[in-house]
Every structure is written in C-alpha cells, then in structure tokens.
Design a binder for this molecule. Structure first.
Ligand code: CTP
Length: 417
C-alpha cells in the first residue's frame, strides 16, 4: 500500500532550515513528502537539500511543468499539506487568495486538511494584522499551530519560533489519520472548558512534586472541539505540546491555580472536561530557599488538595455537562469500568472517561484507550492516537448531551445540522 502523501510548503523565514529536519520527522511517521518551496525559502536552504531528503524534485516554479498543471495534481493527490515555516507575508497572501507562486496556487486548489506552522518575530506575530489573518484562516478550517517561545533570528527572544519539528510531524500524522474536514460542526455555539496537563507543587524554589502528564489528550480534546465549531478555553498545567491557535489558553501550573482558574470560568461553560492530572497532595509551606542535603532523611509534610471536579459539580449550572477522567493502572477492563463508576458517583459528573495508564499507553504517550462511563452506560473505546480518541469522546458527548438536555427539561441544544 502506498504511503500517505504530505505536501511540505516552505516559505522564506530563517526557520526554513528546520524544514529539512521536518522532512525526516514526517518520514519517521511513514509519510511521503513533496516539498513546494517559495523563491524566498530557497534563499535560506538549497533545493538540493530538500530534494535529497524528500527523494522528490522540489516544486518551486509555477511555470516549470505547465503542461502537467503540477500544482493542481499535487493538490489533488495530497492527504494533507503543512506549511512550515509560514511567514506573516505568506499568511496575508493566503487570506486574500493570492495564487502568484506554486505554493499559494496549490493551497487554493487543495481540498485536504491544511496545517500552518507560523514562525516570525514576536512583534509580527502579535501585530493586529497577523492576529486577524490567523483568526480568519482558522475560521476557514486551517489548523494554525501556536508558535513556540525562545530565541528568534538574532539576539531577540520571545514567541514566534517554529514549534519542535517532531511535534509538527506528530500533528500532521494525526490529521492524516482522520479526516478533519469531515467533522460535523455539532458543537457550534457552545462554550467548552477543558483542563489539561499535570500540576506541579513547589517544595522549594527549584523542586516540585509533579506527574508525567503531557497535556496531549487535553489538547487533542481542545483541537477536536475547535474543529467541531466550539469556543474553547484550555486551562493548562505544564503542557509539553503546542496549543492550537484559536483555543483560548490560560496557564494554571499548580493544583491551587487550577482550582482558581477552573472555578472562575466554569459558570459560563456548556461543557467542562477535567482532563488534567491534578496533584492530590501539596506542600502547604514550601521552603523559601533551596533545601540543602544536610540530613540523611528528609520529611516533607503534605496536605490534601481540594478536589476540583467535586467543587465544579457542586456548583454546576443545571444545563452544564461535566466530564471527569479516571487514570487507573489496571489492565482489566471490568475493573476500569468499576473504578470509573465509583468516581462518577463520588464526584457526581455526567461522564467519566476511564483510561488505563502504563509505560506505553495513557499518560504522556501518543496513544490512549478508554472506557466511557455514565450512570447507565459503559462503552469501550479501543487503543488509538489521542486525537482520534478525542473525536470519539466528542461523538459520545454530543449524543449524550442531547439526551441529558431533554431529561433536564431546559436542554442545551447542540447544532446537529
Ligand atoms: N481531580 C480534581 N482535583 C483533584 C484531583 C483530581 O479535579 N485534586 C479530577 C481529575 O482531573 C479527574 C478526576 O478528578 O478528572 C479523577 O482524577 P484521578 O487522579 O483519576 O483520581 P483521584 O480523584 O485523584 O483519586 P485517586 O488518586 O485516589 O484514584
């Protein structure tokens, strides 16, 4: 069977040198790569480098194979297109439908999912024009990744770096695995609030008690909800993954901060998902200076944190749909359902997503499997990548939400058109 084809568009920014590595990372994900580079991109990296790494001639000139209408053929055969780096100038051209080079012409023809990884100076990224362009592109269904923070071209630091190439390749693979463009807009008009990641509790200014959660599943849930038309707020604790542009992001790195941010926002949400791995215990009085290794044994006194999910359910508006997670180290499905049911009843959520956690599945890995447990249902979802699992969880929520809405008389009415 032939491998899925990904078009890698490269535009003219300094991060173009990282696109060479991105070709490798896409190939690691079993994807075929066709590079389309703009003339400015080729001022940063030679055509030979792209051709050698991708194993295909680079497309750069719209006049090259006029008889073959290359940009139309490539656009039709691609399973996904990723533009990395995407410059501010390129985003602006895309918004206005320009087609004056091979990459823009290809994008104008393409019907497959398109991922954009912008990289530019902080001021350019934060400029009103760029913000508006990103918002417009997102509304049209482009998946725009949030740039990373760090060193930029020269001495300057800030937001605007190309996200890690392994991370971009992972997102591309997930998008290829499912048909993003086919997702129903069944969450349009709804406010969705999701917590993700793992909290850290300070011991002293340098050390903390933490967990292995990466935030991948919560970010996948946010991305899926965004694609389905929801307005999404993500309250994240120490995330290891890029937050998609278009998701409102709020940082909450400790259990206490997470409690504050979630309770502050939950009142106006139609659906709340507590996906974050929240510490059960914290250090009430962290040391103000670094603890020295002066004794053979060290005791640190811990106090219980407040249970956010329980607080949210106690204060929940009637129409709200509340989802919790249950991370369990069992290998037995029946036991997982039982443990999830206990959490469902104890914390009074509408749904508990029970997931198995081990070295290869669940926390911090790319794959997950789960059971969905409500007061009268228990459904198993097989092991798959976290974005596909997020889609399946939303499929279930949308259906259950309609039922629960009717039972509660004043229904939350998702747009099921
Ligand atoms: N949770 C929470 N506040 C906490 C701890 C957990 O809101 N202080 C939420 C999690 O986000 C998750 C659910 O409660 O949605 C279950 O979390 P989990 O860690 O699986 O269970 P715990 O309630 O902590 O119980 P235990 O660790 O004993 O299994």
């Amino acid at each position: 069977m032939s491998r899925p084809l990904v078009v890698l568009g490269v535009t003219g920014g300094i991060a173009a040198y990282k696109s060479a590595d991105l070709i490798r990372r896409l190939k690691d994900q079993d994807l075929d790569v066709q590079v389309i580079a703009t003339n400015s991109a080729l001022k940063f990296v030679g055509e030979t480098t792209f051709a050698a790494l991708s194993g295909k001639p680079v497309i750069s000139d719209i006049w090259d194979k006029a008889h073959d209408v290359e940009h139309v053929n490539v656009a039709k055969n691609a399973d996904a297109i990723v533009v990395a780096p995407a410059t501010a100038d390129f985003l602006a051209h895309l918004v206005y439908g320009f087609a004056n080079d091979a990459l823009l012409a290809t994008l104008l023809v393409a019907k497959c999912p398109i991922i954009l990884a912008p990289a530019m100076h902080t001021e350019m990224w934060e400029n009103f024009a760029t913000r508006e362009n990103v918002a417009t592109l997102r509304k049209r269904g482009f998946l725009v990744l949030e740039p990373a923070v760090g060193q930029l071209t020269g001495e300057d630091q800030g937001v605007g770096r190309l996200p890690d190439t392994t991370e971009i390749a992972r997102v591309v693979k997930q998008v290829v695995n499912r048909k993003t463009s086919n997702l129903p807009k069944d969450l349009s008009g709804l406010n969705v609030l999701i917590s993700a990641g793992g909290t850290r509790e300070a011991i002293d200014p340098i050390r903390f008690i933490g967990n292995r959660a990466s935030g991948k599943q919560g970010v996948a849930l946010a991305l899926s909800a965004l694609s389905r038309g929801a307005k999404v707020t993500l309250v994240g604790a120490n995330l290891n993954v890029a937050v998609p542009a278009g998701v409102e992001f709020v940082a909450a790195n400790s259990a206490l901060e997470m409690m504050e941010q979630m309770t502050l926002r939950a009142g106006s949400a139609d659906i709340v998902i507590m996906n974050a791995a929240v510490a059960d215990y914290f250090v009430p009085n962290p040391e103000e200076s670094k603890i020295k290794k002066s004794t053979d044994k060290l005791n640190i006194e811990l106090s219980k944190t407040g249970d956010i999910l329980t607080v949210l359910s106690e204060n929940k508006p009637v129409k709200q749909y509340l989802v919790g997670f249950a991370a369990e180290t069992t290998n037995n499905n029946e036991e997982l359902v039982g443990l999830s049911k206990t959490k469902l009843e104890k914390k009074k959520a509408d749904l508990i997503v029970g997931n198995k956690v081990s070295a290869s599945v669940g926390i911090s890995s790319d794959e997950n499997e789960a059971v969905l447990v409500t007061s009268n249902q228990a459904i198993s979802l097989p092991k798959t990548d976290k974005l596909a699992l997020a889609d399946a969880i939303w499929d279930f929520i949308v259906k259950d939400l309609a039922k629960v809405g009717q039972e509660r008389k004043s229904p939350v009415e998702p747009d099921l058109a």
